[in-house]
Structures are given as C-alpha cells and as structure tokens.
Ligand binder design. Structure first.
Ligand code: NAD
Ligand code: TYD
Length: 352
C-alpha cells in the first residue's frame, strides 16, 4: 500500500484514480480538505475498499505516525500543498504552514517510521515529493529551459515555500539517508482542476459568458502538461527513480498565455457550437512579481526512466474541454460559497 497526501486535490485525485486503474495496490489518502480538496473528485471510489480516505493535516505528526505504523505503506507520495500563486500573494501564511512546516512534519514522521523498518520494507521504502518548476524562477526569452542543475531562484511566496520544502527533502536524504525523490513539474491542466487556475478559470468564465481576465500583455510563457502524463511520470519515478535524485517533468509545450486562451476558445467553439468565447478576452492588471517564462528540459526523466508525455497540448485541451462540458455538476458544486469571495478579492477593479 502507498500513502498519498493531498489526494483530494487536482493532481492528487487524478493520481489516485489512475493508480487504482493500473493496480490493485491500496491507497491511504490523507487530505485536509481545504477549499481545494474535493471528495467529489473521488466519488467513483466510494465503495472501493482499495481507497482509504483520512481527513487530516500533513503537519499533524502524530496522526501521520499513527497511519504509517497502522498501514505500513511502502511509499509516501506528497501532493499536499497550497498551490495557487495569486492566493500566496494575498495571504502567504497558509503556504508557509503547509508547504514548509507541514512538509517538515511529514518528512520527520516518515524518517521515524523508516527507522523502524528492516529487510524488504526498508529496501523498498520511498518518499516522493511533488514540486514545481516555479522554484527555478523566471527565464529570459532565449535562455535554455530549466534543468535539474539550475539554481533555485523562487519569486513568489508560493514558489519560495515549495523551494524551502524541496531543500528540506534534500536535506533529509543527504543527512539521514531517507530515500527521497523530488519531481519538479510544469503547469498541469486536465479534469478536476479547481477553476482558480488559468485553464479551468477561463473555461468556467467562458461558459458563464463572463470576461476572460488575461494578466498584463498575455505574453507570459508557461510549459503545459496534461495531468495524466504527470501522474504517469510520478509512477515511474516511484518505481524506477534513483533515491536522492530530482526529475524535471514537462510537456514540450511552451505557450504564451494569450495563445493558451485563444486555443481554449477555439476548442470550446468546436465542441460547443455557437460559443464565441474569444470576444470575452479582457486584459487586466498584471500579477505582482509575475514570472515571465518557464520552460522545462525533461531529458533526464526521458533518458533515465523512458518517460515521455503522451498528449500534445492540442489533444490534452480537447480532452479537458470535453470533461468540463460533460461535468457541469462538478463545476457548479465547486464554484459556490468561498469561491465567489476569492474571485471578487482577486479580480476586484483589475481591468487594465
Ligand atoms: P490543489 O491545490 O488542487 O490540491 C492540494 C490538495 O492538498 C487539496 O486536496 C488540499 O485539501 C490538500 N491539502 C492542502 N493543505 C494540506 C495539509 N496541510 N494537509 C493535508 N492536505 C492538504 O493542488 P494541485 O494542483 O493538485 O497540486 C498538487 C501538488 O503538485 C502541489 O504540491 C503543487 O505544488 C504541485 N504542482 C502543481 C502543479 C499544477 O500545475 N497544478 C504543477 C507542478 C507542481
Ligand atoms: P496559474 O494557472 O495561476 O499558474 P502559475 O501561476 O502557477 O503558472 O497561471 C498560469 C498563467 O496564467 C500565469 O502566467 C498567470 C496567468 N493567469 C492569467 O493571465 N489570468 C488569470 O486569471 C489566471 C488565474 C492566471
């Protein structure tokens, strides 16, 4: 069995669902159920005994130790985090609490458990930490993509908190020998992504006939990866990755935000005839400290583990749009209550 943290969020839920599609190995899913955690993501597992859900905080060392000694997982895959840059600008404290202090508590509990293991259990144990390309900072237009040896240069409270966590993970491997692996991935998109991030927010607004708020000049560049491809990479890192290593994961899809939004509008028009979303594009005030460009050199994971993305941006976006159109109930459920408060806070009076 494996312990997944943050498995009710976007990537974690896709990981748990894909995992149980590929294998019968049970999953304990530890998630605090913040605004971003949604048990509706896991509704299809309601009667599946291979999935054990526990509501709790990765920072609760006693709870984590209890789960580890009770279930004796062979691995921990840590997705739990505060994950949205804009929220980290409005309120960094939760990012420090979960991404840094919480990861520290989880690591320390993992070390305590790992110290008790012997034989095969000891040899097999892995701690996989899911991180982001944002720890490397912003690239100049002609600079080479991020490789695993780039210096860390985080620019937002979010990326700084993830960078801190990565350093703690590294130190637990280096100092104590805990068999950790870290993945630094580019922007994910796909089913079940909370509509605060660019792609699902644009889809939600387009379907509601609301403006599509593009920050600044829309020229900021991100690399985009379909979430299922990220989950496949994590499974490979868990099974074949070398402890102590970090792996960059990316989609070979460097695209300016404005082109992401235009592609989304076109695909939406194809799948929902009559929907003219492009006319809703509105340029708004830029994000503070907005990183200009991220790009990933994923040659290490390709060379060492044989991983490559299976979706192109075009095919992944088509699948994503289809999922959101087929799951209007999911979107309606997650956009009530606190969601509306966030939208009015972040987008208040921001029209450029
Ligand atoms: P998300 O915000 O959708 O989900 C985060 C999940 O963690 C939620 O279910 C939330 O309830 C849970 N959580 C938050 N604090 C917790 C705590 N203290 N204890 C237990 N659970 C807690 O995030 P996501 O987009 O699925 O990202 C997952 C991981 O992948 C994060 O670590 C993020 O930094 C990383 N990542 C994300 C992207 C991306 O594009 N979304 C890209 C690269 C890396
Ligand atoms: P986001 O999905 O928040 O991911 P990240 O900041 O982690 O890369 O944003 C992706 C890009 O889209 C980023 O350059 C900011 C931009 N963006 C907008 O232009 N408008 C929006 O409403 C949002 C949420 C993001």
């Amino acid at each position: 069995m494996i312990l997944v943290t943050g498995g009710a969020g976007f990537i974690g839920a896709n990981f748990v669902l894909d995992w149980l599609d590929c294998s019968d190995e049970p999953v304990i899913n530890l998630d605090k159920l913040t605004y971003a955690g949604n048990l509706g993501n896991l509704a299809s597992l309601k009667r599946d005994t291979r999935h054990i859900f526990v509501r709790g905080d990765i920072g609760d060392r006693n709870l984590v130790l209890h789960l580890l000694s009770l279930y004796r997982p062979r691995a921990i895959v840590n997705f739990a985090a505060e994950s949205h840059v804009d929220r980290s600008i409005h309120g960094p404290a939760d990012f420090i609490a979960t991404n840094i202090v919480g990861t520290f508590a989880l690591l320390d509990a993992a070390r305590g458990y790992w110290n008790t293991l012997t034989g095969n259990e000891l040899a097999q144990f892995r701690f996989v930490h899911i991180s982001t390309d944002e720890v490397y900072g912003s690239l100049e237009p002609a600079a080479a993509p991020f490789s695993e040896t780039n210096a860390y240069a985080p620019n937002s409270p979010y990326s700084a908190s993830k960078a801190s966590a990565d350093h703690l993970v590294r130190s637990y491997q280096h100092t104590y020998g805990l068999p950790t692996l870290t993945t630094n991935c580019s922007n994910n998109y796909g089913p079940r992504q909370f509509p605060e991030k660019l792609i699902p927010l644009m889809l939600y607004n387009a379907l509601a006939g609301k403006p599509l708020p593009v920050y600044g000049d829309g020229g900021n560049v991100r690399d985009w990866l379909y979430v299922g491809d990220h989950c496949a990479a994590i499974r490979m890192v868990l099974e074949q990755g070398r402890p102590g290593e970090t792996y960059n994961v990316g989609g070979n899809a460097e695209i300016a935000n404005i082109d992401v939004v235009r592609t989304l509008c076109r695909v939406l028009g194809e799948q929902k005839p009559g929907c003219d979303a492009e006319s809703l594009i509105t340029f708004v005030k830029d994000r503070a400290g907005h990183d200009r460009r991220y790009a990933i050199d994923a040659s290490k994971i390709r060379r060492e583990l044989g991983w490559e993305p299976s979706e192109t941006f075009e095919s992944g976006i088509a699948r994503t749009v289809a999922w959101y159109l087929d799951n209007a109930g999911w979107l309606a459920a997650v956009t009530s209550g606190e969601y509306k408060n966030w939208i009015s806070l972040n987008y208040a009076a921001e029209v450029a």
